[in-house]
Design a protein around this ligand. Structure first.
Ligand code: FEC
Length: 304
C-alpha cells in the first residue's frame, strides 16, 4: 500500500475583510488595486454577507474527495489543500507534503474546464515546487466530460424546468457560463477552454432538451483588452430584446460552488437585468459536495 498525497487546488478567498487587499493584490500579480477598485470589491463581499462561502466549501469538497479516493483505492491518500491566491498557497501545501515524507502527488483543481491560463497555472506551480524535492506529480486537466458531472447539471435543468409552466418552456433561455479570460490569449493560443464550454452545453442539451440554450462568459476583469464574450449580463439583455424570453436559467458551471462570482455576478447582476425586463430569474444550486461532482473528479484521478 503506497502513501500518496491528494493535492486539491482551488482559487482561495479572503478569510476576513483585512485579507481583501493582499488577496486582490496577489490576483493582480503583485500590483495593488486602485482605491476605487478595492472599495468596489469590498462592497461586493459585503453584499454577499461579508465573506464568501468558498472559504468553507473548498474544504468540504476536498474532504469528500479524499474520503472517496480512500474508499476506492488500495493506496492511502492524505489530503493537502493548496490555494492560488491566499494561504495555504500551492507551494506551502507541497512543502507540507515533502515534510510528511510523501513522494507521489496526484492533483486536481476545483474547476471543470482546462485552460493554459487557469488550470495549467495551478498544475505548473505544483510541479515546479515538487521538483525541488524530487516528488512526482500527476495532474487531472479537466473533468467536464465525466458522466456524473453532466448528470448533475441535467438534473438541475430538469428540476428548474418543472417550476416553469410547460407552455412557457419555449420562452425560456438557458445560459451556460464560465469565467471569462482575455480573448487575445485564448484565440492566439488556440486554447481549448471555449470549445470545452460549448461541448459541456451540448452534452447537457442532448439529455435535457428544453427551452433555448446559449453559452456566455462572466466575471471578466477590469482591463482595457477585450475578454471572451458575450458577457452574461449583455447576453441577457440582447436575448430579451430579440426574443422576449420570459425565463432565464443560469448554469454557471465553470464554477463548482456558490461564491462571490455566482452570488454577486449571477444572483445580483444578472437578476437586475431579468427584473428590469419583467423576466423570471432562475439559478439552480451549484454542485458543492454533491456525490456526482465528487465522483466526476474521483473518476479522473483514478485514470492518472
Ligand atoms: O471569494 C470568492 O468567493 C470568489 C473567488 C473567485 C473565484 C474565481 C475564479 C476564477 N477567476 C478566474 C480568472 C480571473 C482573472 C481575473 C480575476 C479576478 C478576480 C478578482 C476576484 C476574483 N477573481 Fe477570479 N475568481 C474569484 C475572485 N479572476 C475577487 C478581482 C476583482 C474582480 O475582477 O472581480 C483578473 C485578474 C487581473 O485583473 O489581472 C483572469 C478564473 C476562474 C475560474 C477557475 C478557477 O477557479 O481557477 C479563470 C472562485
Amino acid at each position: 500500500m503506497a502513501k500518496k498525497a491528494l493535492l486539491v487546488m482551488a482559487y482561495g478567498t479572503p478569510y476576513q475583510e483585512s485579507d481583501i487587499e493582499p488577496y486582490y493584490t496577489h490576483i493582480r500579480h503583485g500590483r495593488p488595486p486602485s482605491k476605487e477598485a478595492l472599495e468596489d470589491l469590498k462592497m461586493r463581499y459585503k453584499a454577499i454577507g461579508g465573506v464568501s462561502p468558498l472559504k468553507d466549501t473548498t474544504k468540504r469538497q476536498a474532504l469528500a474527495l479524499v474520503e472517496e479516493m480512500n474508499k476506492r483505492s488500495d493506496d492511502e491518500y492524505e489530503l493537502f489543500i493548496g490555494l492560488k491566491h491566499i494561504t495555504p498557497f500551492i507551494e506551502e501545501a507541497v512543502e507540507d507534503i515533502n515534510k510528511a515524507g510523501i513522494k507521489e502527488i496526484e492533483t486536481v483543481v476545483l474547476a471543470p474546464h482546462y485552460s493554459a491560463f487557469s488550470v495549467e497555472t495551478y498544475n505548473k506551480r505544483a510541479k515546479e515546487e515538487a521538483e525541488k524535492y524530487g516528488i512526482s506529480v500527476k495532474s487531472v486537466d479537466d473533468f467536464y466530460r465525466q458522466e456524473p458531472f453532466i448528470d448533475y447539471w441535467v438534473e438541475q435543468v430538469e428540476e428548474t424546468m418543472k417550476t416553469i409552466p410547460e407552455d412557457e418552456h419555449d420562452k425560456t433561455a438557458i445560459i451556460v457560463s464560465a469565467h471569462s479570460l482575455p480573448e487575445k490569449m485564448i484565440v492566439e493560443n488556440n486554447d481549448p477552454y471555449p470549445k470545452q464550454l460549448e461541448e459541456t452545453m451540448e452534452l447537457i442539451r442532448e439529455r435535457a432538451n428544453y427551452g433555448h440554450y446559449f453559452t456566455g462568459w462572466q466575471s471578466e476583469g477590469n482591463t482595457p483588452d477585450p475578454w471572451l464574450g458575450p458577457d452574461v449580463q449583455d447576453l441577457t439583455q440582447d436575448l430579451y430584446d430579440e426574443h422576449q424570453f420570459k425565463h432565464f436559467v443560469y448554469l454557471p458551471l465553470g464554477f463548482v460552488c456558490e461564491h462571490l462570482e455566482v452570488l454577486y455576478d449571477n444572483d445580483y447582476e444578472c437578476k437586475v437585468v431579468t427584473d428590469r425586463n419583467n423576466a423570471v430569474y432562475h439559478r439552480p444550486p451549484m454542485p458543492n459536495t454533491d456525490q456526482r461532482f465528487i465522483d466526476a473528479m474521483a473518476n479522473e484521478i483514478e485514470k492518472l
